[in-house]
Design a protein around this ligand. Structure first.
Ligand SMILES: *Cc1c(COP(=O)(O)O)cnc(C)c1O
Length: 377
């Protein structure tokens, strides 16, 4: 087999994959309703719980065919009892997406906003919970991928539980990278997609969460057919299969990615992402780039750099220069500041980042961007 060109993806997922994961998709044709296939899904579901150190008697995982946003949709529309309210602790684009989901379903909710470069103020979160005893679900984002800020989920989860609410966390951009302990972190439901921390492909998303709460939600209002958590869970429990056609090839790739996850190990993998992240920051610092999030609040996976004021700076041109040479950089996701992002996801290491900065510097030089870069204020 000819080797596959290796691109270094510095966008926030899908991430660079190993060749073994890529090739794991090439399998003999199989009908996913065969017992052989449900056996594969059983081990997959168990592994997804183990990654967040969940006790298999208490936690389960439920798979969906879709991109990561499907998980947010499923959790919010499925886990809200009648007459109750959702509190979204919102300091970024992904929590804003959760608010939009509430709006689309007409779910009663409070959009508790904080600035995108600040951590949520826990005393305001508590005050809100105290003043709104009808809040039954608190949702937030672990790593706001738009900026790379790390939210204090353990503390928010503790508050949610103190006031009797279920805690759902969008861990799409931390799961299988930054270690998560579902119980100690006071998480009832977390979520991710195969193409991010697991370093597999798009099309498979999953929610890891508390079985008892899912079973309880059987009686909650049904607001979606395809995206209902209890229906999908129940079907899995009864048949071992996904309710509707699963993403077969992505599941094979994810199984290979899980083998590689366990072989690398949680700690070593996080250490590698940290090396990559440190190399990204060292490169940005050397060139004088400012970042949106202060160092002590960074998750360690996404760097959000502010566009310099140099008139020759042109993100598109820098992007294209790097892209043509195998490195993908990504625009920001903040409406108030022009930023670009470099992410530490995927099957990459420090050396890839050093190689990237050689190309990135060439791009700046070609455009005539002054380095260290300049800011007027
Ligand atoms: C990537 C990501 C998602 C999912 O986005 P999709 O485009 O639907 O895959 C959700 N939440 C966070 C925090 C993410 O980083």
């Amino acid at each position: 087999m000819e080797s596959i060109k290796r691109n270094i993806l510095l966008n926030p997922g899908p991430s660079t994959t190993t060749d073994t994961v890529k090739l794991a998709q090439v399998v003999e044709d199989i009908c996913p309703r065969e017992k052989e296939f449900s056996g594969l899904m059983k081990s997959l579901r168990e592994d997804l719980v183990k990654i967040v150190h969940g006790d298999s008697n208490k936690y389960t995982s439920v798979l969906f065919c879709g991109s990561g946003t499907i998980n947010i949709d499923v959790c919010l529309n499925s886990l809200l009892p009648d007459g109750k309210k959702i509190l979204v602790v919102n300091n970024g684009a992904y929590s804003t997406r959760a608010v939009e989901i509430c709006q689309y379903y007409g779910l009663p909710h409070i959009d508790l906003r904080f600035p995108v470069d600040q951590r949520p103020d826990l005393s305001i979160v508590e005050e809100t919970l105290k003043n709104n005893p009808d809040i039954a679900l608190v949702h937030t984002t672990h790593n706001e991928t738009g900026t790379g800020i790390l939210n204090p989920i353990r503390e928010i989860g503790a508050l949610a539980h103190r006031y009797g609410a279920v805690f759902t966390v969008d861990t799409t951009s931390t799961y299988a990278m930054r270690p998560i302990h579902i119980e100690e972190d006071h998480i009832d439901f977390c979520m991710a997609s195969a193409q991010k921390g697991l370093m597999a492909f798009t099309g498979l998303s999953f929610i890891v969460g508390n079985k008892r709460i899912i079973e309880q939600s059987a009686d909650y209002p049904k607001r979606s057919y395809y995206c209902n958590l209890f229906l999908q869970y129940d079907f899995f429990e009864k048949t071992g299969e996904m309710h509707f056609t699963p993403p077969v090839q992505t599941i094979y790739a994810t199984l290979q990615a899980l083998k590689e996850y366990w072989a690398e190990g949680e700690e070593a993998k996080w250490a590698r992402h940290t090396r990559v992240f440190n190399a990204i920051n060292a490169g940005l610092d050397e060139l004088g780039f400012r970042q949106v999030i202060k160092p002590e609040w960074r998750t360690g996976l996404v760097s959000s750099a502010i566009y310099p004021d140099d008139p020759n700076w042109n993100f598109e041109a820098v992007h294209d220069y790097c892209y043509e040479r195998g490195f993908t950089i990504y625009p920001g996701k903040i409406s108030t500041t022009n930023t670009f992002r470099l992410c530490a996801l995927g099957a990459i290491d420090e050396k890839d980042i050093q190689d990237f900065f050689v190309v990135f510097k060439e791009a700046l030089a070609t455009l005539g961007v002054q380095t260290p870069v300049i800011y007027y204020t």
